[in-house]
Write a protein of this length. Structure first.
Length: 317
């Protein structure tokens, strides 16, 4: 603790280092002094903490069960939308979206109560209401699923909201969002909207990985053939996230897909190797794995061939 405490102060330590040290002291050791330091970062204003520092402080306090973090979240859920939409991306600062994302990632009775109270104060039928209901469903509360289902059909809303609604419903064994994800996976835009539609297809792939349902496989297979390498990669990652053995034929097909290059090297080699390793770890004895081993053994990449040979041996033993 003493060593960690040295990083909480001093001109030579950056704000990021100080915050990380305070977070560690509070969450790992329950240090009250560190808790007070974190709480000070909730104060904004001209000379106060920056918005991102406030967000980080609030999340730390909520993880520690400190009511001051939940008080920040309660106020954040009243915030106006930024740029005409609420952002659920961690890369953008949006108090409402930040609070909502935390509640979805760290569900619990206190989080659910904050969401429930905020929902009670909304006007009927708007995006804020829908997102609060989606967050509640993600947190395990099934009381507002009707509102979540309604969000699926709101084509004028941000596509991210509809994608999140599909994920939330699937957590309650309601897969009515899959047709919507299929629709969004085929969404194309003109020149000005090209990037936006690519992002939508990538979000769809990620959502299907979370949902982990056999009915979503045809959508992921179609995304493996997408013109954009980033979308093809997200489809492969989604398949790798799935635990259902029904994904094996799609994973086998993915061994024939080009996933592009990066400055660090080939995505294709890396993803092909991950596919075979995943099959080894989860589906080594499954009858359908044989085709994957056969295709892997014929790979032009040595590490893929080696892993597939191991799979063949395990499958026959």
């Amino acid at each position: 603790m003493d060593t960690l405490r040295k990083f909480t102060t001093g001109m030579l330590n950056s704000d990021e280092i100080k915050q990380a040290a305070q977070r560690g002291l509070l969450l790992e050791f329950g240090d009250k002094e560190a808790g007070e330091q974190v709480a000070k970062s909730l104060k904004g204003g001209m000379f106060g903490a920056k918005p991102r520092e406030q967000r980080q402080a609030a999340e730390t306090l909520m993880l520690a069960g400190d009511e001051r973090g939940y008080e920040w979240a309660t106020e954040a859920l009243k915030a106006k939308r930024k740029g005409g939409r609420f952002s659920l991306s961690k890369g953008e600062y949006d108090p409402f979206g930040d609070a909502l994302r935390f509640m979805m990632l760290h569900p619990g009775e206190r989080s659910t109560q904050v969401l429930r109270d905020a929902l009670a104060k909304t006007k009927g039928g708007d995006e804020r209401e829908a997102l609060l209901a989606i967050a509640m469903a993600n947190a395990g509360d099934a009381s507002e699923l009707a509102r979540v289902r309604d969000a699926l059909g709101q084509k004028k809303w941000d596509d991210t909201y509809r994608t999140q609604a599909a994920i939330a419903l699937a957590r309650h064994d309601d897969f009515s969002g899959l047709p919507v994800l299929a629709e969004l996976s085929q969404k194309k835009g003109g020149f000005l909207k090209k990037v936006d539609t690519e992002e939508v297809r990538e979000e769809v792939a990620q959502a299907l990985g979370e949902i982990d349902n056999e009915a979503g496989l045809p959508i992921l297979v179609s995304l493996l053939a997408d013109a954009e390498a980033a979308t093809r990669r997200d489809a492969a990652y989604a398949l790798l996230d799935m635990t259902n053995a029904a994904a094996l034929p799609a994973l086998t097909s993915a061994l024939g897909v080009d996933f592009g290059e990066s400055e660090e090297g080939s995505y294709t080699i890396s993803i092909h190797a991950r596919i075979v390793r995943r099959a080894l770890a989860v589906h080594a004895k499954h009858p359908s794995a044989g085709e994957l081993w056969t295709k892997g053994v014929a790979s032009p990449y040595a590490q893929v061939r080696f892993l597939a040979l191991v799979g063949q041996q395990q499958g026959s033993s």
